[in-house]
Design a protein. Structure first.
Length: 294
């Protein structure tokens, strides 16, 4: 879809003056967004769409205009308006434009997810993945390999939607599909771990969080935090607490405040238990000495 947006920002044969004007407006809208002038960007996008409605060129360009404005509404956290524009983008986009339709479905699915319209979001993301798969079937090996990461990202996002709707078992299945598609997508591992955690499948969750940490340790603060929490549930001994403290401290070092608080609280608990055990041992030893004296 971005390619279509670029195509009317700088058309190869600008025969239609309205097309040229729309391209200029779209460029100005993007520049205004970058400068923080969101109202000005919105006005330019509205005018660009009006201009595209009067052009004699393919309706794909009008679809791209709606898509651009939809993404603008997303940036302004107005997902209802974004959903409407993504729907309009699909209306004006031909069925043969499979990959572009997939992208619009994906973005509309994200907007619906944020609006907690889980069933509709799931439908959009399923359509997006199916269309992406259809496009991959006709692609050469190089392009297909590049698209696998996108497929993995879309699958795990669909899994998040299902998890938020309460269906963690189905979410695990989708996250597993994502990992099979591309095992280097870190979000798939952390998302599957989260659903395992929700299902109280502690060993599976710990294993997935460990893989997430292995892939990108520098950004694994939340993975360390949640692995620590799972370790506490899986092993309630002092040894389990000590392992959990180590993970919480790692999370703290990576900027996760809860990791700092949890590590401090757990360490205090361990120290208290240790002091209590030592006091009991001393008391027992003292009692033994008294009996010897008698």
């Amino acid at each position: 879809m971005d390619e279509y947006i670029k195509s009317f920002e700088k058309p190869e044969q600008p025969a239609d003056p309205e097309l040229v004007r729309a391209g200029g407006l779209l460029t100005e809208a993007r520049e205004k967004e970058e400068a923080g002038d969101m109202d000005g960007a919105r006005d330019d996008l509205n005018e660009a769409i009006d201009a595209l409605k009067s052009t004699v060129v393919s309706k794909k360009l009008l679809s791209a205009g709606y898509f651009a404005r939809g993404r603008h509404w997303v940036k302004r956290e107005k997902d209802y308006k974004a959903t409407k524009d993504f729907t309009a983008a699909l209306k004006y986009l031909d069925d043969v434009n499979i990959l572009d339709r997939a992208q619009v479905h994906y973005h509309r699915g994200l907007a619906r997810h944020r609006r907690k319209k889980y069933d509709r979001a799931s439908e959009d993301l399923q359509n997006a993945v199916q269309m992406l798969g259809a496009q991959m079937a006709t692609a050469d090996d190089v392009v297909k390999a590049e698209m696998m990461a996108t497929k993995a990202g879309w699958l795990t996002m669909h899994g998040l939607v299902l998890a938020d709707s309460g269906d963690h078992k189905a979410a695990v299945a989708l996250h597993s599909e994502a990992i099979e598609a591309d095992g280097n997508v870190t979000s798939a591992w952390s998302n599957r771990a989260s659903s395992h955690e929700a299902l109280e499948q502690w060993e599976d969750a710990i294993r997935d969080y460990a893989k997430r940490i292995e892939l990108a340790p520098e950004s694994a603060g939340n993975a360390y935090l949640h692995r620590g929490a799972c370790l506490l549930q899986h092993d309630k001994t002092q040894g389990g607490r000590i392992l959990a403290i180590a993970d919480m401290r790692k999370a703290c070092d990576l900027g996760v405040e809860f990791g700092c608080k949890n590590a401090e609280a757990l360490q205090a608990s361990v120290d208290k238990a240790k002091a209590k055990a030592e006091a009991a041992a001393e008391a027992a030893e003292g009692g033994g000495e008294s009996k010897k004296e008698l």
